[in-house]
Design a protein around this ligand. Structure first.
Ligand SMILES: [Zn+2]
Length: 462
């Protein structure tokens, strides 16, 4: 069988979509993934166990050359954290990448949602103080800043520390790494997360007694360690020399079961391995199924992987990458193309069968594992959920409440069908419509807001 006619591809698609609805093991896999302790956090035994589980599932699916490829990075280990007020101690959590803080003392400066306007207005008040910045997204007009950009701007302005307060009530801290580079998350100043309620208490303190110093304590440590990518291959037809990578990060945050972020994404990758494995030796490209590690530490795994591809002269063999991160939406799914307009017809064809279910995004989103590939010019697609209330920001992701019960199963199979149909088109396209962009072309895809955000975080790849 070959793919000379559209008819043959359509027959494969009907088989694959049928198996999604008749045979999917999505629920069982998500239960298993959610049960690993510490959210499969980078560097933990649970992370290694999850990696072994994914490899096992790739083998069972029938993928070949199943392995784990190691990479070195500097990890981070959590200890307790708290803020001391005259009225008592407030619990906090160290944000991954924070250095320890030994009872350091500073006044507070409240930047509210910490957008560009707040940084500008308070520019002269940040130096030497603890910045209070909330996770509230800026949904109107001005550019919304990622947590790490808020942190980097606070550190650059000379803040003594960064206190990240959740904007939604419910006694949940919101975690997230800070101070990214190519090999570690390592903040220049201490950074802690606080619940909405604790944040309100600190804000009131700052209003009532502006000159009052509070004390911050964080125990944490950096550890040189090794991560790994679980990988399985599906060979293409004889002579196929290029590969399409489909992956998602399997690490999550240690304070949560990481069921949605990104249990759902890596479960999709395992499902796709099952769905495509019977079609070995058929497509004009090979398919590489993989799990990315240490995404939550600042895309450390995917950065290391792209660096290795470049070093080994393998980068031009990658036709495209399809990254799956929180792929199930509330109302629809978003498919990103990282500026690669030549792939739009392929995705539009999938969107056409159910126009309400897919939103196509052309611009580059730098906050997940497709980004290091996009920065290297590789056609980089992603699937993530859409249709939630933008005012809720991350919702319960990055909190202790990212649990199995939060997975929106009413959209899970349609979302998986979308991922499968896109992957099928990437696999079957002949000739492949995408091409590697030059550095100048990549810069053009990032121009404007993304460039400004990346430069503020010292993540500008050029
Ligand atoms: Zn994620």
């Amino acid at each position: 069988m070959d793919l000379e006619t559209r008819d043959k591809r359509d027959k494969i698609e009907i088989d694959i979509l049928g198996r999604i609805f008749a045979r999917s093991r999505l629920r069982e896999r998500l239960e298993t993934l959610s049960a690993f302790p510490q959210g499969r956090f980078a560097g933990t035994a649970a992370n290694r166990a999850a990696r072994a589980y994914i490899q096992e599932e790739f083998k069972k699916a029938g993928l070949v050359n199943v392995r784990s490829e190691p990479f070195a990075y500097t990890g981070w280990e959590r200890g307790p954290a708290w803020v001391e007020l005259p009225s008592g101690r407030v619990n906090a959590i160290g944000l991954p990448g924070t250095p320890p803080a030994a009872n350091i003392s500073a006044e507070l400066v409240d930047l509210g949602p910490a957008g560009l306007a707040e940084f500008e207005t308070n520019a002269s008040r940040i130096k030497g103080r603890f910045v209070l910045a909330s996770s509230a997204p800026i949904t109107e007009g001005k550019r919304d800043l990622h947590r790490n950009e808020k942190f980097c701007r606070a550190a650059a302005a000379g803040a003594a520390g960064f206190l990240y307060t959740r904007h939604l009530p419910g006694l949940l801290e919101e975690t997230g790494s800070i101070g990214w580079d190519r090999r570690s998350a390592r903040g220049a100043i201490p950074a802690a997360g606080l619940t909405f309620e604790a944040g309100e208490r600190l804000r009131k303190t700052a209003r009532d007694t502006p000159a009052l110093a509070v004390r911050l304590s964080i125990e944490s440590r950096f550890v040189d360690t090794q991560g790994g990518f679980p990988i399985g291959e599906l060979p293409g037809k004889p002579g196929a020399s290029r590969v399409v990578i489909v992956g998602g990060h399997f690490d999550g945050h240690d304070i949560s079961p990481a069921a949605v972020d990104n249990g759902t994404g890596i479960a999709f990758v395992m499902e796709l391995a099952d769905l495509f494995a019977p079609y070995q030796g058929i497509f004009p490209v090979a398919l590489r199924f993989m799990g990315f590690d240490a995404e939550e530490m600042g895309l450390l795994g995917s950065k290391a992987y792209v660096d290795r591809l470049a070093r080994d002269g393998q980068i031009d063999s990658v036709a495209a990458v399809f990254n799956i991160d929180c792929p199930i939406g509330q109302k629809h799914e978003r498919i990103g193309l990282s500026g690669h307009a030549e792939l739009a017809p392929l995705v539009s064809e999938v969107a056409a069968r159910d126009p309400e279910s897919i939103q196509i995004e052309m611009k580059v989103s730098p906050a997940s594992d497709h980004f290091p590939f996009a920065a290297a010019g590789i056609p980089a697609l992603y699937q993530c959920g859409g249709g939630g209330d933008p005012k809720r920001g991350r919702g319960v992701a990055h909190t202790a409440a990212d649990t199995f019960d939060k997975i929106n199963f009413s959209r899970a199979k349609p979302a998986l069908a979308t991922a499968a149909s896109i992957l099928l088109r990437l696999a079957a396209a002949d000739p492949f419509p995408g091409r590697r962009y030059t550095p100048a072309e990549v810069q053009k895809t990032l121009a404007g807001d993304t460039e400004e955000a990346l430069k503020a975080q010292k993540e500008w790849p050029f």
